[in-house]
Write a new protein. Structure first.
Length: 166
């Protein structure tokens, strides 16, 4: 037998001299363990998210995103033929996707103005807005299948193209 034992038959604190008997953890201890685990997981997710953001902001200056850096791809400007600058990447990776999401705003305004019952979780009009945004994002993603230049709509609007440097 192990030196450390748990026995349900032995009263708490009883010890025959050879074994160390431990009491069961209290409800407070158990709940504290769950709370600490949740806090550690949350802090890990936040740290990972912040690390990714910092990584992205650094590699934008090289015309890359973290995934493009791993896959050895780079974004080039159509106008200069050189790697995209940090500002160019910010437009491509941040402003254009925000503009895509702005399509949702008219649907949201109509949904809010026509809503009589504010307890309604999702308005059908608002749902149509999300469908429109998703349709635009899918169209953007699959636009690379059209033509020989393999540019997404985002690439066309930002005047960029992606090359494989591997």
């Amino acid at each position: 037998m192990s030196e450390y034992q748990f026995s349900a038959n032995v009263p708490f604190g009883a010890n025959n001299g050879t074994e160390k008997i431990f009491p069961r953890a209290t409800v407070g201890h158990r709940l504290g363990g769950y709370a600490l685990s949740a806090a550690l997981i949350l802090s890990s997710v936040i740290t990972l998210f912040l690390g990714y953001i910092i990584w992205a902001l650094v590699v934008w200056g090289q015309g890359q995103t973290p995934s493009k850096q791993i896959l050895k791809m780079r974004v080039y400007s159509v106008d200069t033929g050189k790697p995209a600058t940090w500002g160019h990447m910010a437009v491509r990776e941040l402003l254009i996707p925000i503009a895509f999401s702005a399509i949702y705003i008219p649907f949201l305004v109509v949904a809010m103005s026509s809503s009589i019952d504010y307890n309604q979780a999702v308005s059908p009009i608002a749902a149509l807005g999300w469908i429109a945004v998703l349709a635009l994002r899918f169209t953007d993603s699959f636009w690379i299948l059209r033509g020989d230049d393999r540019q997404r709509l985002t690439d066309k609007w930002a005047r960029t193209y992606v090359v494989n440097e591997a």
